[in-house]
Design a binder for this molecule. Structure first.
Ligand SMILES: CC(C)(COP(=O)(O)OP(=O)(O)OC[C@H]1O[C@@H](n2cnc3c(N)ncnc32)[C@H](O)[C@@H]1OP(=O)(O)O)[C@@H](O)C(=O)NCCC(=O)NCCS
Length: 154
């Protein structure tokens, strides 16, 4: 598996991956209407049009994208999206993408990295050393957590 920067040509694959993962993996923790609303966003055109404000990386295996992660260039102290292809869950893709993102934001000077986590991903982030700061309850979006990790600088 290798990690590379996303390109505009990846938009269609990324949109399909995100939608399928939310519908298959996050569905266990959210209501059908929350899943429908969440998975509807970020179609192919949105991925293309909103590409520039983001630094986005993809994990590729055997020519197909098996996950992606991004941050907004303007706010590198906060994680953007992280999605692993539904049939590649629990194979180390998420960990590898997070390492890439953490290495990058560390180089940008970030010392304390924040993220919003789904209920689904909370245990994963805790495993990677993140600590829960708070739980947010949102009727429309569903519950989510704010977590933080202090990034070590040499
Ligand atoms: C959360 C997510 C990104 C994790 O990616 P992944 O590739 O499956 O995770 P990894 O295989 O790299 O797991 C790394 C470690 O975390 C553990 N882990 C993975 N998912 C976990 C979970 N949901 N709860 C607890 N631990 C988890 C793994 O067992 C592994 O531990 P180990 O190294 O001791 O074996 C993936 O499940 C996903 O895309 N979920 C749906 C989308 C989502 O909720 N994204 C977050 C947006 S807020």
């Amino acid at each position: 598996m290798r990690i590379r920067k996303a390109t505009l040509e990846d938009a269609k694959e990324l949109s399909a991956l995100r939608k399928a993962t939310i519908r298959a993996i996050n569905k266990h923790d959210y209501t059908p209407s929350q899943i429908a609303r969440w998975s509807k966003r970020w179609n192919t055109v949105e991925f293309q049009l909103q590409d520039d404000p983001f630094l986005r990386y993809v994990a590729v295996q055997d020519g197909k994208i098996v996950g992606y992660a991004d941050i907004r260039k303007k706010s590198p102290e906060e994680m953007g999206g992280l999605y692993v292809r539904k049939d590649f869950i629990q194979k180390g893709v998420g960990r590898k993408l997070m390492k890439k993102i953490e290495d990058m934001v560390r180089k940008m000077g970030v010392k304390s990295f924040l993220l919003h986590s789904s209920t689904t991903a909370k245990g994963f982030y805790e495993k990677l050393g993140y600590t829960v700061l708070s739980l947010k309850k949102n009727r429309i979006k569903g519950d989510y957590y704010i977590l933080e990790k202090k990034l070590l600088h040499p």
